[in-house]
Write a new protein. Structure first.
Length: 139
């Protein structure tokens, strides 16, 4: 069995944003040489996410609005986490909702997606460099 590991780095200039990272994950798969197996993609930070969904701009705006309704950034005083001097408690909650990681099957050397599925990096406390781990195992 083969094993491949690579870190991807992102620095989103805004507090919140989404990036389609499917091409980077496909490149990792190509580099790994794995034809049958699994790909794990996970955020290495507790204020960002990796998830699978449709690459449609309106949907991404809906995510931002929905998440802000669930866990509004302001007033920052509403969160006990922010009593420590932080201002990102909402980002931790948004990450919990959107998830830490995805696992995608590899079949015939390709990501085995459903219709319209793509992999996204979701940022909820941006403006600094963060990591995403890609781990691939298989034959």
């Amino acid at each position: 069995m083969k094993s491949f590991r690579k870190e991807l780095f992102f620095e989103i200039p805004a507090r919140v944003g989404f990036v389609n990272i499917t091409p980077q994950v496909e490149q990792c798969l190509k580099e790994s040489g794995v034809k049958e197996g699994l790909v794990l993609v996970n955020s290495m930070h507790i204020t960002s996410s990796v998830f699978i969904n449709d690459d449609e701009r309106g949907l991404h705006k809906d995510f931002v609005a929905w998440l802000e309704e669930l866990a509004p950034h302001e007033p920052v005083s509403q969160y006990r986490h922010n009593d420590t001097g932080e201002d990102n408690a909402d980002a931790h909650l948004k990450r919990t909702v959107m998830g830490r990681e995805v696992v995608v099957a590899v079949t015939g050397g390709r990501l085995d997606f459903g219709t319209w599925e793509q992999i996204f990096y979701g940022e909820f406390d941006g403006r600094r460099k963060k990591r995403v781990l890609v781990k691939i195992i298989g034959e």
